[in-house]
Design a protein around this ligand. Structure first.
Ligand code: NAD
Length: 381
């Protein structure tokens, strides 16, 4: 606690003017959460917390947040809802503390870097009767929702084939300027755990549970300063029988964007393209009879800086925050639950297990943790 921190004004301690929100972790993505709540008529950010007092105080001052602290317990006693925006391995302790305090939690992806940790989080929130939402804001793109609606309307038949490509650019400073990035212990993985996770989530939202995966990976571009994979290719077989091909890399210059396409048993294909990274996707290919279209965005061959990417994501954080506030108010399930995040984590854990074993692996089938004992690049050669 900081003595010079202004107290929460009395009028802000009631929920009459909206849910009182606390933001934990005042780094790069926190601003998307702040803007989203502040745009919502039924919520306002009452407090923020960071283990670094300079970050907490600066964030509070720059954004007119009435109180800040370095003490999680103090924050939790003053709010109804928290957004957890800290590095992945810290999520569990913070979510468990929120559950004990009875505070609803919207947690940034990945929920955790290992399945056991994510299970403890999901179970603790269920037992405490609080909402646990996991941020996968790409589900809120109109283009992503249109694919979900097409599947619901059986416009494609059963999905038989999917392709996901996450073809990104990151420079060295992305990893070296933020000490927790690029390490197994603190990042939990590379391009799969941090960037492509959104596309694992989308694939499973569309195609359901994964039966087995076969994956291989390497560290081609960033190996001088990261331990984790920067490039991977995988095949996924779903319990429905559908097959997906998945490729991801942060080694491209320039980036070529992120694509997902699904072909159904009727023969039609629907797809989305996120290009440049962070911008709302477009439905690039749509061959459903009577609705055929091909839409490609104008070429942008310059790579986009990370703050710009995060800013482009903000409208979709806003939609997910609005959904979460609605769920808290109505006592309903949020659109993306902790269980959803656990499902994609199971799949990614199997992908990492396959990179190490060179064998197909089933989600939930192994006991190996996400953090391998050997770097993926050594066993995948
Ligand atoms: N949904 C998305 O598209 C998206 C985009 C970017 C980041 N993220 C996720 O958001 C999380 C944070 O990423 P970032 O880029 O904002 O990181 P960051 O390093 O910029 O900020 C993290 C902040 O958390 C603080 N912190 C660390 N441990 C803490 C603790 N135990 N309690 C309180 N504060 C603590 C740090 O001091 C720092 O200010 C990550 O899990 C990341 O995967 C999601």
């Amino acid at each position: 606690m900081n003595e010079s921190r202004p107290p929460v004004p009395a009028e802000n301690r009631t929920s009459a003017s909206g849910l009182r929100v606390g933001i934990i972790g005042c780094g790069a993505i926190a601003i998307n959460h702040l803007d989203a709540y502040n745009r919502h008529e039924d919520a306002f950010v009452a407090n923020c917390m960071d283990t670094d007092p300079d970050r907490a105080s600066t964030f509070a001052r720059e954004h007119g947040i009435p109180a800040w602290t370095t003490d999680t317990g103090e924050l939790l006693s003053a709010v109804d809802v928290v957004s957890v925006c800290t590095p992945h391995p810290t999520h569990e302790a913070l979510v468990l503390q929120a559950a004990r305090a009875g505070v609803d939690v919207l947690c940034e992806k990945p929920l955790a870097i290992d399945v056991q940790s994510a299970e403890r989080m999901v179970n603790a929130c269920r037992e405490a009767g609080i909402h646990l939402g996991a941020v996968f804001q790409r589900r809120f793109w109109p283009a992503a929702q249109r694919i979900r609606a097409a599947l619901d309307a059986d416009a494609l038949g059963s999905p038989i084939l999917a392709r996901a490509e996450v073809l990104l650019h990151r420079d060295a400073s992305y990893y070296t300027a933020t000490p927790w990035r690029g390490k197994w212990e603190s990042d939990g993985g590379g391009v799969l755990m941090t960037q492509a996770i959104h596309y694992v989530d989308l694939l499973q939202w569309y195609l359901g549970d994964v039966d087995w995966v076969m994956a291989t990976a390497d560290t081609f571009k960033h190996g001088d300063y990261i331990e984790v994979e920067d490039t991977l290719a995988a095949t996924l077989r779903f319990t429905s029988g559908a097959i997906a091909q998945f490729t991801a890399s942060t080694a491209l210059t320039p980036a070529l964007g992120q694509r997902l396409s699904i072909t159904g048993s009727h023969g039609a294909t629907v797809s989305l393209l996120e290009y440049p990274e962070g911008t709302s996707a477009v439905n690039e290919v749509w061959t459903v009879p009577g609705h055929e279209a091909f839409t490609h965005p104008a070429a942008v061959l310059d790579d986009v800086a990370l703050p710009e990417i995060n800013a482009s994501l903000a409208p979709f954080h806003a939609l997910q925050v609005a959904d979460f506030v609605h769920a808290v108010r109505q006592g309903t399930e949020p659109a993306v639950t902790g269980e959803d995040a656990l499902r994609s984590l199971h799949t990614m854990t199997a992908m990492y297990a396959s990179m190490r074993s060179g064998q197909p692996e089933r989600p939930g089938g192994g006991t190996q943790p996400v953090v391998p004992t050997e770097p993926v690049r050594e066993v995948s050669r």
